[in-house]
Design a protein around this ligand. Structure first.
Ligand SMILES: Cc1ncc(COP(=O)(O)O)c(C=O)c1O
Length: 499
């Protein structure tokens, strides 16, 4: 079997609390050499009546606990991870070296600016580089994820409209958009107005024009992902932007897929007003399971007054300071200045590669996706048969009609072959979608093994469909009830005895 996963040996591991033994410890403290004061007298009513109930364990127990549970999951450092729309690319280890330099790793967020000049300089330089990469006038590093960047950019758009004495509330969003786009609009009090893309998978000016005409004056803006979630370049973007601007609206660019166009196209040059980056997708900072990520927002000069503060800034004498004097700012969106460790990693990555290297990243990401498309298109038809950039969306509905094996079954079976499944059932505009994004760092050998695994799975679906439907077979835990896990998650540990 090509690329078959080894089942290996994985250990069961209870929550750390269940390993706790009273009095066991991972540290040994020196004897107390100051007077033993009565804590009650010191703390008064703040004194806890009962101990906090932290696990009491030795150092080897803690180490084994975390190493064991780290081995239960897929990781980009262990397997190919072609999760479309998530850009799971290799995080270079030099980033970790830089982020762990004691001056960066140990700095306290409340360190006064005059003692944090190096950290401030990294932030200012990174924001300048990011703005340059996308052709914008400035970039704010505070948001902690792509979705929070969207929220922040939309807050800035609203503040801008208000400063012009307008309060439009419709934001137009193509149907193929990432789910966070309409959610960010709703959180901002905007109405997300969806409209369909054309048969080639990209937005056609006539469709947008019709939607805009129906809205009359109520056009707050367009929110558009480019390249879009089908991996397609929105070729009509200059025309779309012109139409929105003519009606007083602003254009929000979802820059989560910048990995496909670095050094090739700059959203700012095309006319985008504000956009977010997903540093964890494009600039190799770890994804971090929901955080800490980083979603800086880049903007044109007219939106600069509304960015979140305080803003790390460079003074005329070349020193650095936090600019808190920002009366039109939308306010602070994240504690302190954002996830600083991610900024150091992204800065290191950009400096390590330089302009040529970044362009090369996008060329290789697109080449790898094109290679997979060419090798897979006879196995699974493309959702929309247009040449795509960094990712391709295939449809396996023909396989389901023929064998009864569903998209989810194919995805689960891939795990047995040692691959993380691609994104499935997204975007919604393609039935039975398998969205595959290989990224630039994968070798041809890995891509070939992945294709061979899918070929084997299709063969199995035809000869032994039950085997595929019951996958995965080689994992520690077999197929989970995903709906129940999402709807009734058990997020809180309770002692077994009390259950
Ligand atoms: C197109 C697009 N927009 C927004 C997001 C949201 O980013 P995040 O997951 O960092 O909040 C993603 C996530 O992958 C995305 O693909």
């Amino acid at each position: 079997m090509p690329g078959t996963a080894s089942s290996g040996l994985q250990f069961d591991e209870p929550p750390l609390f269940e390993r706790s033994v009273p009095g066991r410890s991972a540290v040994s403290l020196d004897p107390l050499d100051v007077p033993d004061r009565d804590p009650g007298a010191l703390l008064g009513s703040l004194l806890r009546e009962q101990a906090a109930g932290f696990p009491e364990v030795s150092e080897p127990e803690v180490v084994r606990h975390f190493v064991r549970i780290s081995q239960w999951n897929f990781a980009i450092d262990t397997q190919f991870y072609p999760l479309g729309s998530c850009t799971m690319k290799h995080n270079p280890k030099v980033n970790e070296w830089a982020a762990r330099l004691p001056g960066f790793a140990g700095i306290h967020p409340l360190t006064p600016a005059h003692l944090a000049q190096g950290a401030l300089e990294v932030m200012v330089r990174l924001s300048e580089l990011l703005a340059e990469i996308v052709g914008m006038d400035g970039c704010n590093l505070q948001p902690a994820a792509g979705a929070q960047g969207e929220l922040t950019g939309l807050m800035m758009m609203r503040a801008y409209h208000q400063s012009q004495g307008r309060s439009p509330h419709k934001i137009f969003i193509p149907e193929s958009a990432h789910g966070t786009n309409p959610a960010s609009c709703a959180l901002n009090g905007f109405a997300a107005v969806p409209f369909p893309a054309g048969p080639r998978g990209i937005v056609e000016p006539e469709t947008l024009k019709k939607a805009l005409d129906e809205a009359g004056d109520d056009v707050a803006g367009l929110m558009i992902t480019n390249p879009n979630t089908l991996g397609l370049y929105e070729a009509a973007l200059p025309e779309l932007i012109r139409m929105v601007h003519e009606r007083g609206g602003l254009v929000y660019g979802d820059g989560a897929n910048m990995n496909a166009v670095l050094g090739k196209a700059r959203p700012g040059d095309i006319g985008v007003d504000v956009m977010q980056f997903n540093l964890h997708k494009t600039f190799t900072t770890p994804h971090g399971g929901g955080g800490p990520g980083s979603g800086p927002v880049a903007f044109k000069a007219k939106l600069a007054p509304f960015q979140p503060g305080p803003v790390p800034s460079r003074a005329a004498d070349g020193s650095y300071f936090f600019d808190s004097d920002r009366p039109q700012s939308v306010g602070q969106v994240r504690s302190f200045y954002g996830n600083f460790g991610m900024m150091v990693r992204a800065y290191t990555y950009i400096r390590e590669l330089g302009a040529e290297g970044l362009r090369n990243v996008s060329e290789k990401a697109v080449l790898n996706a094109a290679y997979l498309t060419a090798r897979l298109r006879d196995l699974f038809p493309l959702g929309i048969d247009t040449p795509s950039l960094h990712e391709s969306v295939f449809s396996d509905k023909a396989l389901e009609q023929k064998t009864g094996v569903k998209t989810l079954d194919v995805a689960k079976r891939l795990i047995d072959y040692g691959f993380h499944p691609p994104t499935v059932y997204f975007p919604l505009v393609v039935r039975g979608a398998l969205m595959i994004e290989p990224t630039e760092t994968e070798s041809r050998e890995t891509l070939d093994q992945f294709v061979e695994a899918l070929e084997s799975i299709v063969q199995e679906a035809e000869t032994e469909p039950e085997l595929v439907k019951a996958a995965p077979h080689l994992t520690r835990i077999r197929r989970l009830d995903e709906a129940r896990a999402a709807r009734k998650p058990r997020l809180r540990w309770t002692p077994t005895a009390a259950e």
